[in-house]
Every structure is written in structure tokens, then in C-alpha cells.
Design a protein around this ligand. Structure first.
Ligand code: ZN
Length: 369
């Protein structure tokens, strides 16, 4: 799946084109979830960052419609939904008018402004301080919520994402002790990831250091606190130089790369590195490997599945005295080394030629001479 297949892209693009509203036709198979997910996610409180020009990001109306309803609407207009959809997949497609079909939408919006903070640290570079390498992780989790069977209401988020924040702090400590690199290194703890990547969306919309001279962003979210693995992964595969550099780097630690087994699920577009990627900045979310030195893939996969079923976004995502953290410690050596290489070099990693983020990156190429 490319970004053009994501519903967020459709809303963004229509807002850019000045649409009055966008109605997305929900189809279960391509969405990979049913109508109840759409309904539950979007009839609740919705969040966004405070934007300087909100109309450029959102059309006045953003909505979904069930497929059966839209098939009926097309029929009333004397048209065939499936035929129009097929046509829309060709270059010959021209916008069509649904004759005799009108829409009237009325809704009351109660808006409140909630304040939260991103927390940022910097190790200034010695030679080219305006060029930055970013490490990031989200510090928020779900807070206090519905109690579980034991009455526990505190959603600790020990794995998601205290592991990422612990990593960020340790990387900052390591950079703090080492001689300063040539480029600056930024440590970015972002808020409101769980509300829709809002902390990084805010940073990417209001960057402290220019995006054009941001070399890349290495994000850490929900790392495994177990022993070391023979492999690692990333949150969705996107073809880019920084992933190639990471793969080469990890080989020095005898770690191999395991591609995303489910690229069609669009994981690349659902993690904190994405608001930066969308604006052309090379960005990646590191993921712990599942092929454990002790116990192999069977043990690693079982642990991950147990976490997803029993702990993910539940009060039981809690610190355990049994966790060795030796895998994370080893993985952070790799991430330190990758960031350090970038911070000491003149390299500008980019997206592959056919990447949907290449064009926007190349528009600012003159600023990276
Ligand atoms: Zn997370």
C-alpha cells in the first residue's frame, strides 16, 4: 500500500484542493476492518493540533459512508457504483455528477483546547550545527481509564512507550558524554501519539530546526524488553537510504533485517516517524526482532503475541523485574552508531526514486548543498 491508499491522504488532498467536504466509501476488505471500527473511532472525541490555517488541513466536512448506501445513491442517480469505481482506476476518469442527489449536513461541534508538551533536548554540532539528526519517542500513553478485571485503572505503558523514552534518555546520556558530533543531534520526546501522532504532527508543522536540513529521524516505539534477537524490523517498509544504512550497520552486530510481513496494512503510515516522512524528511521507526538468540522465532513470536493479546493498551502493560533489557541495550548500540555516523558525515539520505515522499524532499534540495 502506498500513502495514496490511506484515508488520511484523501482528506488531506481534498482539503488542499478546496473541497467543501469529502465522503469516503467504506469497504471492509481494503480497509482491513469493518464498519464498527469506523463508527467507534469517529463518533468519539476527535483530536487535532491547533493549526495556523486549519482550512488547509481539513475541509469543512469529513465523513464516511457505508458501501450499500452509496450503491443506492448511485442507483437513484441512474449510475452504477462498481462501474464508476472501475473507471476511477483509469486515467480516463473525469469527475461525475450524481444527478438528483443532494446532501445536507448539520452538526454542532464543541471544541476545547487541551495543552500538552513535546520535550526537546539538543547536543549542538561543532561544524554544521544547523543540520540535525533526530531521535524520537512518544512519552504519552492512555493515562487513567476503565479498570481491568483486577480493578487496575492505571495504564502504565511500560513497553508502549516507556521503553522508547528510556532509550531516548540513554542515547542522550551517551551523546552527552561523547565528544560533540559535527552536526547537531536532537532528542525529541513527543506527546499525544496515542491520539493520532499529534506531538510529531505539531513538531513537523512547527519545526524548531528546519526540515530541509533535518538529516533524518530515528523513532523508537514499544521496544521489546527481552533478550537479544538475530534480527530487527521497522514499522512498515519504505524504500529509503536510511533503511539501507541501518541494515548495513546492523550486520556488524550480526543482525539481519526482516521486512514487514503485512505491507498492505499500511503500518508505515501509522507510526510517529510518519508526519516527518510525509513532509519529505527521511524517517524510520525501529522495531525489535523476533528471532531470539535464546528460543528462536518460536519464543520471540510467542512473546510478541502474548503482549498484543494480554498487555497492549491495557493496565497490565507494566514493568516486570524479570525483564533483562539486554536486547534493547544491544539494539541501542546499533541506533547510536547509525545516528553518530549521520551526525559526523555530510550524507543526505533520501527516499528511493519511486517513493511517494521523494518529490517533496527534492523540492528543498538546494538547501542541502
Ligand atoms: Zn506507542
Amino acid at each position: 500500500m502506498t500513502y495514496y491508499g490511506r484515508w488520511t491522504y484523501k482528506y488531506e488532498e481534498m482539503a488542499r484542493r478546496g473541497a467543501l467536504g469529502t465522503i469516503i466509501v467504506h469497504e471492509t476488505a481494503p480497509a482491513s476492518y469493518g464498519w464498527p471500527t469506523v463508527k467507534n473511532s469517529n463518533t468519539n472525541v476527535m483530536y487535532d493540533i491547533v493549526r495556523k490555517e486549519p482550512a488547509k488541513a481539513h475541509a469543512p466536512m469529513e465523513a464516511w459512508i457505508q458501501r450499500d448506501v452509496v450503491v443506492d445513491l448511485f442507483k437513484r442517480a441512474g449510475m452504477d457504483f462498481e462501474a464508476s469505481k472501475k473507471l476511477a482506476q483509469t486515467r480516463e476518469f473525469k469527475p461525475q455528477l450524481l444527478k438528483g442527489v443532494t446532501l445536507s449536513a448539520h452538526y454542532a461541534v464543541d471544541a476545547q483546547v487541551i495543552k500538552s508538551k513535546n520535550v526537546v533536548g539538543i547536543k549542538p554540532g561543532t561544524e554544521r550545527p544547523n543540520e540535525t539528526v533526530i531521535y524520537s519517542g512518544h512519552w504519552d500513553h492512555l493515562g487513567v481509564g476503565l479498570p481491568d478485571a483486577k480493578g487496575d485503572k492505571i495504564y502504565n505503558g511500560a513497553v508502549d512507550n516507556a521503553t522508547g523514552i528510556a532509550s531516548l534518555l540513554e542515547l542522550a546520556r551517551a551523546y552527552g558524554k561523547a565528544p560533540a558530533p559535527k552536526r547537531s543531534v536532537v532528542f525529541l520526546a513527543v506527546t499525544a501519539e496515542e491520539k493520532g501522532l499529534l506531538g510529531t504532527e505539531y513538531y513537523a508543522s512547527n519545526p524548531l530546526y528546519p526540515l530541509a536540513t533535518t538529516v533524518g529521524m530515528i523513532n523508537m516505539d514499544a521496544l521489546r524488553p527481552d533478550g537479544p534477537a538475530r534480527n530487527f524490523s521497522s514499522s512498515g517498509d519504505a524504500k529509503q537510504d536510511m533503511l539501507d544504512m541501518l541494515v548495513a550497520k546492523a550486520k556488524q552486530w550480526n543482525m539481519s533485517y526482516s521486512p514487514d510481513p503485512q505491507p498492505e496494512a499500511g503500518h508505515f503510515f501509522r507510526s510517529d516517524h510518519f508526519p516527518m516522512a510525509k513532509r519529505g524528511v527521511p524517517a524510520i521507526s525501529f522495531e525489535s526482532g523476533e528471532d531470539w538468540l535464546e528460543g528462536g522465532e518460536a519464543a520471540g513470536r510467542a512473546a510478541k503475541e502474548a503482549y498484543t493479546t494480554n498487555n497492549y493498551h491495557q493496565p497490565s502493560d507494566e514493568w516486570s523485574a524479570q525483564w533483562p533489557f539486554t536486547g534493547m541495550a544491544r539494539d541501542l548500540e546499533v541506533l547510536y552508531s547509525l545516528g553518530r555516523d549521520l551526525a559526523d558525515s555530510k550524507a543526505w539520505p533520501n527516499w528511493s526514486q519511486d517513493s511517494e515522499f521523494r518529490t517533496v524532499r527534492d523540492q528543498t534540495a538546494a538547501k542541502r548543498k
